[in-house]
Design a protein around this ligand. Structure first.
Ligand SMILES: Cc1ncc(C[n+]2csc(CCOP(=O)(O)OP(=O)(O)O)c2C)c(N)n1
Ligand SMILES: [Mg+2]
Length: 554
């Protein structure tokens, strides 16, 4: 057995069943020999994004793996790894190294030095006897605390050597969970119970900890409304009476109202990272933060009370503490709060219903979102957006169901085209679900050829492209370049491109055609066909934003 064979064996021990790759790396052959299915993508980013989607959809219980070749392969992987780093996605990146005679000498590309800033751990195997130990170190880093990508560079001269018998043993790393201290939990509960307008801010740590039920129980016992971050959109059901919605840079009115009026703010399973693709928390609140990583406390905000630990263990401890302080049944229903939430929601939908149901032609993108909500079975669907206006249009209005992971929200850094490979990974993780990504026409250009990967690998997903033939909103961002040269416009037939790549293509021009097209896509997916739906739309730069509510009087 050589070093590559041993890495394949380590992957097997860690439960890896498939590996994204591009296009040549001795590990591909070694993995296939132990029945790990290699799927070759059309370029590196597609493979990394699919491994990323797989990890998200399995909540890191199975880690997505991507193998690249040295040189252009490892150089071209940067965007995908940076995105996983930005969003704390557990992922293993296995590029081949140029060899120990070259890798540290310029201008050869050193994976370790270049990826150090976007991985939790970046190491190079420089001795074949250390292979198993380094693999265990990488898996440990990926899983412990805040998850994230790790890189193991495989120097070809080293890993093609035979492994001595005494260096072959491998045992999978086990995740460890830890809980915050009891006094901090007690103080957090007392503070929340004494607040006039508390609010809960649920981050993706709630999803990774599988703590949706605990979050619902705590919110109900304490009668506190819940905002989710974009990454945690499906961590709390959007139709729950205490749900305010998700805090992208567009959001339902309730998100803005409670960010404005709340006096005590409880972030759970959240790094509380300031981002342009989210909402800042206005100053002047008592800040409580629960997170798995202590370095996220006092990172972007001054935190009054930190709870370091797993979100589920934290919420369980808080539930016990609430019961101890106010009784087994918690607080009675807060009628005033419920009617304020309902009223805010009603006002918001009054603003938006005419747009969501508009009959205008070309169709506006909000009508497409409205039709998607009508067409899908939310509990059995995994939906995602893409970068750009499509994200800002769908995020406030798509109804995340009571099933965690029914929506994958993303966007600390928002790479155009992520949606297609992300859904390939999600579908591999959860084949029984209808997996659909919603994207713009420019975004399709980035990863559209991965439709062929989905066809070849038999991963039946649906891509819905809203084609407005431009980069939405850029006519105001660069008016001269647009007017003189049409610099932000582009053209193409994306359903046609899907067909050319072996998928079913459906063109839709009118709003009435959207629900039947999605029904047809669902049926085709069930029969193993990949689908691209292209809806002709117009650009729309109206957004669900209510910044004036962020500074209201308490
Ligand atoms: C790799 C990458 N480069 C640049 C951007 C910046 N960007 C965000 S949205 C956008 C335009 C998107 O156009 P399209 O996909 O057609 O969607 P539309 O807004 O028109 O609906 C651009 C250039 C990005 N998100 N990712
Ligand atoms: Mg567009």
């Amino acid at each position: 057995m050589n070093g590559f064979d041993l890495i394949a064996r380590c992957l097997k021990e860690e439960g890896v069943t498939w590996m994204a790759c591009f296009p040549a790396n001795p590990l591909i052959e070694a993995a296939a020999k132990v029945d790990i299915r290699p799927i070759v993508f059309r370029q590196e980013r597609g493979g990394i994004n699919a491994a990323d989607g797989f990890s998200r959809q399995t909540l890191g219980k199975q880690v997505g793996v991507f193998a690249a070749q040295d040189g252009p392969g490892v150089e071209n992987s940067f965007g995908g790894i940076a995105q996983a780093w930005g969003e704390g996605v557990p992922l293993l990146f296995l590029p081949q190294g140029a060899g120990t005679d070259k890798y540290s000498i310029a201008p050869n590309f050193s994976a370790v030095r270049n990826y150090e800033k976007v991985t939790k751990l970046a190491l190079s195997i420089d001795d074949v006897t250390k292979t198993a130990r380094e693999m265990r170190r990488a898996f440990h880093a990926i899983r412990q605390g805040r998850p994230g990508p790790a890189l193991v560079e495989m120097q070809r001269d080293i890993l093609s050597q035979e492994v001595p018998e005494n260096a072959m043993h491998y045992e999978a790393s086990k995740p460890m969970k830890y809980a915050p201290n009891r006094n901090a939990v007690k103080d957090a509960v007392s503070q929340l119970l004494s607040a006039r307008h508390p609010v809960i801010w649920a981050g993706q740590g709630v999803l990774y900890a599988d703590a949706t039920s605990e979050l619902m129980i705590l919110a109900e016992l304490m009668q506190i409304p819940v905002i989710t971050t974009m990454e945690a959109k499906s961590a709390f059901p959007d139709d729950h009476p205490l749900a305010l919605g998700s805090a992208n840079r567009t959001a339902p009115k309730g998100v803005y109202r409670w960010l404005g009026i709340s006096d005590t703010f409880f972030a759970v399973g959240s790094a509380l990272t300031r981002t342009s693709f989210g909402q800042d928390v206005p100053p002047g609140k008592f800040m409580i933060q629960s997170t798995v990583s202590p370095e996220d406390i006092n990172k972007d905000y001054d935190i009054d009370l930190g709870l370091v630990g797993d979100a589920k263990l934290t919420l369980e401890a808080m539930i016990d503490e609430v019961k101890a302080q106010v009784g087994e049944d918690g607080r009675p229903k807060n009628e005033e709060l419920h009617s304020m939430i309902t009223q805010t929601r009603r006002e918001w939908l009054e603003d938006w219903m005419p747009i969501l149901t508009s009959d205008e032609v070309p169709v506006n993108p909000y009508r497409v979102v409205h039709e998607i909500n009508r067409a899908v079975d939310h509990d059995n669907t995994v939906l995602t957006h893409d970068a750009g206006n499509p994200r800002d249009q769908i995020m406030p209005f798509y109804k995340a169901s009571k099933t965690p992971l029914s929506y994958i929200g993303w966007g600390k850094t928002t790479h155009l085209g992520f949606g297609i490979p992300l859904m390939i990974g999600a579908k591999l993780a959860d084949p029984s679900k209808f997996c659909m990504n919603f994207m713009g026409d420019l975004a399709f250009g980035h990863t559209g050829t991965e439709i062929e990967t989905a066809v070849r690998a038999e991963v039946p997903i649906t891509t819905l492209v809203i084609n407005n033939r431009t980069m939405g909103g850029y006519d105001t961002k660069m008016p001269t370049a647009m007017e003189k040269f049409g610099a932000g416009n582009q053209g193409g037939d994306y359903a046609g491109m899907g067909m050319a790549l072996g998928a079913k293509g459906i063109h839709v021009d009118k709003a009435e055609g959207i629900v039947p097209a999605i029904a047809e896509a669902q049926k085709a997916n069930e029969n193993g066909e990949v689908v691209v739906i292209e809806v002709s739309t117009r650009q729309d730069t109206r957004f669900s934003q209510y910044p004036e509510l962020l500074t209201q009087e308490r």
